[in-house]
Design a protein around this ligand. Structure first.
Ligand SMILES: [Zn+2]
Length: 345
C-alpha cells in the first residue's frame, strides 16, 4: 500500500490528482457562467451537435414524438464543426429542461438530461478522502470558471481550480485572465489556448502571472509557443497521443519540448495509458516529468460505470501494481510530488 505522506529528504509529498473534474447540472443553468439566454442557446446547440457526432443523441419530433436520431445534423455545418462559424440558424431554444429546434417546418426536441454529465464536487472530495488523495487539480471549460472558483473556495485545502480558456478578443481575454487568477484565485489555466501570434500579449500575461498551463495542442504548436515564451510551465493534458508515440519525428519533438523546457506529461494510469507507454515515458522523460491524473469524477454514461472509490483506487494504484521498475520515490513524484513542486504547495 502506498502511503499518503512519503518522507523523501525533508519533503512530505502529497498525493495529488492532476486531472479531475467538477461540473454543475444542466438543469441548473444559473450555476454556469453564461451571461445571456442567447449564449445558453448557442452552447446547448453545440452540445447537442457534439452528442450527435459522438453517436449518442436521442431526438424526437414534437408533433408525433417519433424518434429521429439524425436531426442533430441540421444544427451545424459539418465542415466547420470545431468552429462557431459552423452554427446554423434553426431557431434553437432551451425551455424547461429540453432544447427545441426547427428545420423545414418540423420541430425537434431533446431532453437536456441526456447531455447532463454532472461531476459533483462533494462526491469527488469524499472519494478522495476514502482512497487517500490529498488534493486534486480541477480542469474546466470557460463555461464553468466561476463555478470552479466557488467550489475551490469551498474546499481551499483540497481542490486547485484552473480557468478554462478559448479564443476571442485579445484585450477581453487578458482582462478575464487577470480576473480569474487575481480575484477568483484560480491557480492555473486549462484548455486549448490560442496559439496564433496575435495572442502573444496574452501569453506574456500568463508568463508574468506565473501560472501553469494544462495544455491541449499539437506538438509543433506547443514547440513554437515555447520558443516565443520559454519560461512557461506546461502540463500536456493526456500526455502524448498514440499517433505521436508511433511517429519518429513527433517523438523527437516531444523529447526536445519536455527535456528543454518546464514541460510535463500527464499519465492517465489505468485509464488511457497502455502498458508500453509507461515504460517508454519513464525511460525517456524520467519520473520528475510525469503527472498522474484520473479524470474523476467524470465518468460519462457511454464511458463506463459510475464513479466509485473502487475505480478511483484502481487508477491511483495502477502504476504501483503494474510496473515493478517504478521506485517508491518515482511513484511519489508522479502521484503528486511533481504537481506539488509545480504549484509550490
Ligand atoms: Zn478530463
Amino acid at each position: 500500500m502506498y502511503n499518503t505522506l512519503t518522507m523523501v529528504g525533508m519533503v512530505a509529498r502529497l498525493i495529488i490528482d492532476g486531472h479531475a473534474h467538477v461540473r454543475p447540472s444542466l438543469k441548473d443553468l444559473a450555476e454556469w457562467d453564461y451571461s445571456s439566454v442567447a449564449e445558453i442557446n448557442r452552447e446547448m446547440q453545440k452540445r447537442v451537435y457534439d452528442s450527435g457526432v459522438r453517436g449518442k443523441p436521442e431526438i424526437r419530433r414534437v408533433n408525433d414524438d417519433a424518434i429521429d436520431n439524425d436531426a442533430w445534423k441540421v444544427l451545424w455545418d459539418e465542415k466547420r464543426w470545431r468552429s462557431w462559424e459552423g452554427i446554423r440558424d434553426v431557431d434553437f431554444r432551451v425551455k424547461q429542461g429540453r432544447c427545441f429546434w426547427r428545420k423545414n417546418g418540423t420541430e425537434y426536441y431533446m431532453d437536456l438530461a441526456i447531455l447532463n454529465n454532472v461531476c459533483d464536487p462533494n462526491l469527488l472530495v469524499s472519494l478522495m478522502d476514502e482512497i487517500g488523495v490529498d488534493k486534486a487539480v480541477i480542469q474546466t471549460t470557460p463555461a464553468t470558471n466561476k463555478y470552479v472558483a466557488r467550489v475551490a473556495n469551498r474546499y481551499p485545502t483540497r481542490l486547485l481550480g484552473l480557468c478554462g480558456v478559448g479564443g476571442g478578443n485579445l484585450e477581453e481575454k487578458i482582462e478575464e485572465l487577470r480576473m480569474y487568477v487575481g480575484q477568483l484565485e484560480l491557480k492555473g489555466v486549462y484548455g486549448s489556448p490560442p496559439f496564433e501570434d496575435k495572442y502573444d500579449p496574452w501569453w506574456k500575461e500568463v508568463s508574468s502571472l506565473e501560472v501553469p498551463v494544462h495544455i491541449e495542442g499539437s506538438l509543433p504548436a506547443i514547440k513554437r509557443l515555447l520558443e516565443k515564451s520559454p519560461s512557461l510551465t506546461l502540463i500536456i493534458v493526456h500526455g502524448l497521443q498514440r499517433r505521436e508515440l508511433s511517429d519518429d519525428s513527433a517523438r523527437k519533438m516531444a523529447v526536445d519540448i519536455v527535456k528543454n523546457y518546464d514541460v510535463y506529461l500527464e499519465i492517465l494510469a489505468g485509464l488511457t495509458t497502455k502498458d508500453y507507454d509507461v515504460r517508454y515515458l519513464y525511460e525517456t522523460f524520467g519520473p520528475s516529468k510525469l503527472v498522474w491524473g484520473s479524470e474523476f469524477v467524470q465518468v460519462p454514461k457511454h464511458y463506463g460505470p459510475r464513479p466509485t472509490a473502487e475505480i478511483y483506487a484502481y487508477r491511483l494504484h495502477y502504476l504501483e501494481k503494474n510496473y515493478d521498475f517504478l521506485t517508491k520515490n518515482d511513484l511519489s513524484l508522479i502521484l503528486g510530488g511533481n504537481v506539488q513542486r509545480i504549484y509550490r504547495i
